[in-house]
Design a protein around this ligand. Structure first.
Ligand SMILES: CC(C)(COP(=O)(O)OP(=O)(O)OC[C@H]1O[C@@H](n2cnc3c(N)ncnc32)[C@H](O)[C@@H]1OP(=O)(O)O)[C@@H](O)C(=O)NCCC(=O)NCCS
Length: 437
């Protein structure tokens, strides 16, 4: 019974994410190592699930270990600045490896056995010549031969495939208008594809978690500025983390809002990252992950969702959508990764002498980390700007929270007349007051 309940609450809690991700374009990149792993089928099941939830999915795979395997009896592979020098022999291996990996992924995505998670999935996969490349040429006197870089992505052709609900599969290979083939870095292709498609997310499945080498703790989120500083401060980071981080920074700088680095060796990591509140990976974004800001009309749905349970518990007075809409300029919100997790309103009186703090709420999962305090501080600054001298609050169950922050018990008669209309005698709220000069 308990497991039933936890399933039901898990499924319900994931529903905001299911709505939020539908019809969004996600580019997911993974190395050739992931394909070699016994658990790769699990990733493919997760890709299939994302596709069935209406996410427009582009997969970019790597082939480094598969190329190395083919070259193992040749002289050691040559790299310069983390890129393979692709001579004629290596190019042959690149072609073989890309073909093989692509076919293996297509086969797994085509599976539909009745007793497997892929039953009834019926996924259509599209691959093609979406990437145009040019040679890197000679750098520091070193000729990269058939190693290339992305010149153009045929985003219209990819979108066409996504419009038909196809999963697009892209190999780290590009073609030049003269018909040459170039070996590309999978991270670079994934970055270029996500930018060209204006994808909502770039997800890099990495070989390890992104941890701070100083204390071993996993980094949950970084802004691009923080990620850049982190790379500067840790020049010895393994390629398996530094390359995805660089790709993340570049994508964010070019307009991708959210880049996720997820340790692919963690079973179900992709689902945990996309459908739970705090995820499991490292999120890189150009703007802070959590932001306290004035509310806009677009936030009303999130505010209503946040306050509904508190209204039911009698902690907050009931408010209609229309009322919040009319007063939206009075509201501030805390947005965390697209979800509203905190809100409050400051309603000033017409004389601009005093105001009432109302609808103060922090989502249950995020209480106790000073978010209420931050909103209160912001409210004081707003009140100061408006020239208000006194702040009131009407509370049934949270008096002490305000008293501990300098509010004093007061009564209904001390409320200025226009604000008295906010008092509902049935709720019998306590009136608290604070001078803020
Ligand atoms: C009140 C509320 C906004 C505080 O948000 P928050 O982000 O948890 O606040 P902070 O982290 O800044 O403060 C946490 C402290 O407040 C205390 N606190 C929380 N609710 C309280 C209450 N009803 N009465 C007294 N103290 C309370 C916590 O115990 C904690 O104190 P501690 O660290 O000493 O244990 C949040 O608890 C909430 O949304 N409550 C439900 C809605 C509500 O009652 N709103 C007020 C309507 S007037």
């Amino acid at each position: 019974m308990e497991s039933h309940q936890s399933f039901v609450s898990w499924f319900r809690n994931s529903s905001p994410y299911i709505h939020a991700h539908r019809n969004k374009t996600f580019v997911i990149s993974f190395g050739g190592e992931a394909v070699l792993d016994d658990d790769f089928a699990n990733h493919v099941h997760d890709f299939a699930l994302l596709n069935s939830l209406g996410i427009r999915l582009v997969l970019v795979h790597g082939i480094r270990p598969q190329i190395d395997q083919r070259l193992k009896n040749s002289p050691p592979p040559r790299f310069h600045k983390h890129l393979r020098i692709t001579d004629d022999q290596a190019l042959q291996c690149v072609k073989e490896a890309a073909g093989l990996v692509r076919v293996e992924i297509e086969a797994l995505l085509s599976m539909g056995l009745a007793n497997s998670p892929m039953a009834g999935a019926k996924i259509k996969v599209a691959s093609g010549n979406f990437v145009t490349a040019k040679p890197i040429g000679v750098i520091d006197g070193i000729d990269y031969c058939h190693t290339g870089e992305v010149r153009r992505i045929d985003s219209a052709a990819i979108h066409q495939q996504l419009d038909q609900n196809n999963v697009v599969l892209i190999s780290p290979i590009g073609y030049s208008p003269s018909g040459e083939i170039f070996n590309l870095s999978a991270e670079q292709v994934a970055t270029a594809v996500s930018i060209a498609l204006k994808a909502e997310k770039l997800i890099l499945l990495t070989e390890q978690s992104c941890c701070n080498p100083d204390d071993g703790a996993q980094i949950q989120q970084m802004t691009t500025a923080e990620a850049r500083t982190f790379l500067e401060q840790h020049p010895d980071l393994a390629d398996t983390i530094s390359l995805p981080l660089k790709a993340a920074i570049q994508s964010c700088q070019s307009g991708i809002d959210r880049v996720h680095l997820i340790n692919r060796t963690h079973n179900g990591a992709l689902l945990l990252e996309l459908f739970t509140r705090d995820g499991i990976g490292t999120l890189i974004s150009s703007t802070p992950f959590e932001e306290l800001r004035p509310a806009t009309l677009n936030d009303i749905g999130g505010i209503l969702e946040l306050i509904k349970p508190l209204e039911q518990q009698g902690k907050l007075t009931k408010r209609s959508r229309e009322k919040i809409e009319m007063e939206i300029a009075d509201y501030i919100v805390i947005e965390r990764d697209g979800l509203i997790i905190g809100c409050t309103a400051l309603h000033p009186d017409e004389q601009r002498e005093s105001g009432v703090i109302a609808c103060m709420a922090v989502h249950q999962d995020y209480q106790g980390s000073a978010r209420g305090n931050r909103m209160l501080e912001y409210t004081y600054r707003r009140a100061n700007k408006l020239g208000l001298k006194k702040l009131f609050v009407l509370s049934t169950q949270t008096m002490h929270w305000f008293i501990e922050r300098g509010f004093l018990p007061s009564d209904i008669n001390s409320l200025p007349d226009p604000l008295k209309t906010l008092y509902n005698p049935q709720r019998n709220s306590k009136v608290l007051c604070k001078n803020i000069e």
